[in-house]
Ligand binder design. Sequence first.
Ligand code: URP
Ligand code: ZN
Ligand code: ZN
Length: 462
Amino acid sequence: MSEVDLLITGGMIVTACDSYPGDLAIKDGKIMMIGQHLNLPAKKTMSADGKYVLPGGVDVHTHLEMPFGGTVSSDDFASGTIAAAFGGTTTIVDFAIQGKGQTLAEAADIWHRKAEGKAVIDYGLHLAVTDATEDVLTEMASMIAQGYTSYKLFMTYDGLRVNDDVFLKALLQAKDHGGLISVHAENYYIIDYLVKEFLAEGKNEPKYHALSRPPLAEGEATGRAIKLAKLVEAPLYIVHLSCQEALDEVIRAREAGFPIMAETCPQYLLLSEDNYNEPDFQGAKYVMSPPLRPKENQAVLWNGLAQGEILTVATDHCPFNFVGQKDMGRDFFGRIPNGAPGIEMRLALLYSFGVGQGRMSLQQFVATTSTNPAKIFGLYPEKGTIAVGSDADVVIFDPNLERNINKGILHENVDYTPYEGFLVKGFPVTTVAKGKIITDHGQFLGQLGNGSFVKRKSPMLL
Ligand code: URP
Ligand code: ZN
Ligand code: ZN
């Protein structure tokens, strides 16, 4: 037999359904063979002794170089995907945001130019529809055929939000052509009313961002979005679900048999509204939408993951520097750009605080960070699993490696991490993307531009 490119030996292979000791043989960017004690000639052999061999992470919610709130998110496709790779993520799906008057194809082109020559891991693009003319709704069909199979609609944010009429039409278009609508669900009018009240009372600090976006606003919008999806029997994916009120709506719909799928993010599992009280305006670091919730809420979300009611954990990575970006809102929380970094620590955090603390199984960890997002967003089985014929996107993960998270160890292009001081046990040590080792024990070995655009298939409904 001719040489394989890479042989990973002696690890514990972990998928969403099983764990077993085995070796992986990789050739031409694909997993060629799985077995025990594979005795094959190889250009390179790596030992994964005492480590897990996981399918590369799939982060289906990132915002790289995204114009937002009068500024631009600080990671581009180079720094953002390098950080992702160090964290064990080998595929992202970023959001191409349609500008006013643009076609969806134009929006996609703008995002391709951002990624070209920069991405070090594969990427797909969701299209965020913000100007849904009849032509744009019609265009969805041809874009789905070209591999843009998911669409995000915002129910809030001036300039981005759509009304229920558009929402319904987009759901129908997606359903008819094999696409999936995802939704940022918060009630615009509740937020608008509360923001104006706080402003009038001179309440300008970051914590009022959270108080102006109560769980009621997310629960109402989530319930409304689900009802519209039910009406036309379309599947729906709820992004960054943060609270019980929204989760209750998802559970009710799923129990009734509707394909309503929900995502949460590490920040809602691990941080809380208490962070908004950090001194010297540092609460601004946590200004994101939906906002962080009371601490008790974390258990609700962990439980939702354990019960399979929440199917994915993505990051909503949308970094803005504290100095020069977040501080645009020193005088008024409404001017703080919404979003926080997180692309790099997703696996380490979820493993440590999920598997490590008995809140989820190893299989649920792989399912929620890799397999389920790959299935839902049309990337499976090339991505999201370890199987013969799948892309050789693989992470060697040391379950015993302890790290103290701080800004200094991260590769994200932003001047803080919301997880400063968190101690994790379990850390990715080597990341392989399409058969190439791109990070190894803290060293970057990849190449800018080696990540390719992935045309995605229709969703698998979980
Ligand atoms: O605050 C957030 N989440 N910023 C990113 C944009 C979005 O809503 O996903
Ligand atoms: Zn959103
Ligand atoms: Zn987002």
